[in-house]
Design a binder for this molecule. Structure first.
Ligand code: LMR
Length: 399
């Protein structure tokens, strides 16, 4: 028989985040807990279907609209609602090119391909550490990816390291920043720190790319959009990736957007034409259902109020779980300080588990955390928190 075309194809390692979910699903242990992926679960351990989304979906079903193609750049109402929500009055909307994207990852990909057209020689600077997929995605788009310091040896934000690195990045390079709920560390910048960063980014002629996947999970929608609006206020270019996966619990619907603030409506038109070309040759046009539901939630005042309220409840439940985890661990290991868990924002805690400890947690107790020690606090609940705390305390002392 002839050699198969695929005889020498390399086997790649599993994805560091979604691959862990694959291992979790295959695990037969009935007590298993998945603290790997960033998915919010409610107190009963389920990913919620938000009431506002359900009502919007019922409304869409009642209309029984045919499944036509949506425009290449997505639903117009969705795109303008996102633009208004993210930028508020910080930008001239006539200068903002927004295209619906396949979740936050799809938005980053649209941005990466756009940058490839505009600044092919630029380097992309991401935080050390950053979301695992940032490096992979920009490398796959053909960029050299570098890092700036973010997480200090003391487990706190290394702001002076970050500033010193920014001061050395060559003009024209792209700096990827997490608008809020830094993934994976949960350590966010203060408004004062953002102002200093924006000043340096401007002075050095760098291009800011803000990832807002967790908007609404730190303090609230407007407060969490502070950095985006700060960059937008002076009208200089900024790219913003956005996702409704977390904030509307629309994970599988792949609902996101990329917004690009340009200098004029003519520039906006040209940028949008580029985004449409990228979309057209990649997936032709985005899916409609999730974006239509999200657009309805944003457009209907009652549904929108309900959403803001449901989002606040998710945010507060995560905060309560942080407090409970820190208290539970402090009780078990009274000589250690776990207050850092309560100072972090968003779905994750950079738990300070080492890689061998995270592996032991998985292999001995079927509690799945990333090897970096990142745990999803949003997967904790009143039923599993004791068990998880007990297992973390054990590996922290035994491994
Ligand atoms: C995560 O960081 O776990 C989430 O953003 C999900 C993903 O796609 O990695």
């Amino acid at each position: 028989m002839q050699n198969s075309l695929f005889a020498n194809v390399a086997e790649l390692p599993r994805d560091p985040i979604l691959g862990l979910t694959e291992a979790f699903v295959a695990d037969k242990n009935p007590g298993r807990v998945n603290l790997g992926v960033g998915v919010y679960q409610d107190e009963s351990g389920k990913t919620p279907l938000l009431a506002c989304v359900r009502l919007a979906e019922e409304n869409l079903l009642a209309k029984a609209a045919p499944h036509s193609y949506v425009p290449i750049d997505g639903l117009g109402g969705f795109n303008s609602a996102i633009t208004r929500m993210v930028f508020a009055d910080s930008a001239d909307f006539a200068h903002v090119a927004t295209a619906q994207a396949l979740g936050g990852t799809g938005a980053l990909k649209l941005g990466a391909e756009l940058l490839k057209v505009i600044s092919p020689g630029a380097k992309i600077w991401i935080s050390d550490p950053s979301w695992e997929n940032h490096r992979a995605l920009f490398s796959a788009a053909g960029f050299a990816v570098e890092t700036y310091p973010y997480y200090g040896a003391d487990g706190e934000l290394d702001f002076s390291g970050l500033i010193a690195a920014l001061e050395k990045i060559p003009a024209g390079d792209v700096v990827l920043l997490h608008a809020c709920c830094h993934n994976p560390t949960g350590l966010d910048l203060s408004q004062e720190q953002w102002r200093r960063i924006a000043k340096i980014v401007r002075k050095r002629g760098l291009t800011p790319f803000l990832d807002t996947a967790y908007l609404g999970f730190a303090k609230g929608l407007d407060a969490d959009a502070f950095s985006v609006r700060l960059f937008a206020e002076d009208g200089r270019p900024v790219l913003v990736s956005f996702s409704f996966s977390k904030s509307m619990s629309l994970y599988g619907e792949r609902v996101g957007a990329l917004s690009v603030l340009t200098a004029s409506s003519a520039e906006r038109g040209r940028v949008l034409s580029q985004l449409k070309r990228i979309a057209r040759v990649t997936y032709s046009s985005p899916p409609s259902h999730g974006a239509a539901a999200a657009a309805l939630v944003l457009a209907d005042p009652a549904l929108r109020t309900q959403w803001v309220d449901e989002l606040a409840r998710m945010r507060l439940r995560i905060k309560a779980m942080r407090t409970a985890l820190a208290a539970n661990l402090s009780e078990r290991l009274p000589n250690r300080d776990f207050s850092y868990i309560t100072r972090q924002n968003g779905m994750f805690s950079y738990s300070r588990l080492t890689a061998p400890q995270a592996i032991a947690l998985r292999e001995k107790y079927a509690v799945y955390a990333l090897d970096s020690g990142r745990i999803c606090v949003a997967a904790l609940n009143g039923k599993n928190i004791d068990f998880v705390s007990e297992c973390i305390a054990k590996v922290m002392t035994e491994v």
